[in-house]
Ligand binder design. Structure first.
Ligand code: DX5
Ligand code: ZN
Length: 208
């Protein structure tokens, strides 16, 4: 698949979220929505009641950085989520959890924190559309990219995974090249895009 860019609205101005999304939408392939509960990660962001107001033509990836994510699957599907992504570290029965997502008729993804290896998600690679590799500790935008996560991409490919390999955390005009060269096909970027004066130029620099 061709490279896809997913602006993370965590770094957008929530006071004018619709305008922020409308600005980046024509230049992006998907929208990335970061849900945090203050337990799984030391920060709180937003949930389904906010998501339901997002009007976008693009598919929405819902990155659940929360404990007991299954309690909220239905809410996020109703609110318009297209791919629901859970953290391996939050799920005791990962395969069963992914199956719950699929049963709701949407796509599923799995994310791993920097300290979690790809071997821990082997048993769901046949079910998920997206593997999201964190290149920062989840919880906050604007952190430094961990390039030592890149070998996980090749490992996933060796394991036969040929769908979406997304990189999340510290992606900017420079680190995007490292991700592309390593074989990632979805780049998620928050502070780099929304912190730029010219968001369109920022998005284009992720592809170049
Ligand atoms: C971090 C979130 C990311 C975040 C990335 O926990 O999962 O999606 O928005 O932000 P930047 O691009 O600023 O590192
Ligand atoms: Zn995210």
């Amino acid at each position: 698949m061709d490279l896809e860019i997913a602006p993370s609205i965590l770094s957008a101005d929530f006071g004018k979220l619709s305008e922020e999304i409308a600005e980046v939408e024509p230049y992006s392939e998907r929208i990335h929505f970061d849900v945090m509960d203050g337990h799984f990660v030391p920060n709180i962001s937003f949930g389904a009641p906010i998501m339901k107001w997002i009007k976008s033509e693009l598919p929405i990836d819902v990155h659940l950085m929360i404990e007991h994510p299954w309690d909220f699957f239905e809410d996020f599907v109703k609110a318009g989520g297209d791919t629901i992504i859970v953290h391996e570290e939050a799920c005791e029965d990962l395969r069963g959890t992914i199956e719950k997502i699929l049963a709701l008729g949407v796509k599923a993804g799995v994310s791993i924190k920097p300290k979690t290896g790809v071997e821990s998600i082997t048993n769901v690679l046949d079910l998920v559309q997206q593997v999201l590799i964190m290149t920062v500790e989840p919880g906050f935008g604007g952190q430094k990219f961990m390039s030592d996560m890149m070998p996980k991409i090749a490992q996933l490919k060796e394991m036969g995974f040929d769908k979406e390999i997304a990189i999340d955390g510290g992606v900017n005009g420079e680190t995007a090249k490292i991700c592309r060269d390593a074989g990632a096909n979805v780049l998620i970027a928050g502070s780099y895009i929304f912190g730029s004066e010219d968001r369109i130029a920022a998005i284009n620099s992720l592809r170049a």
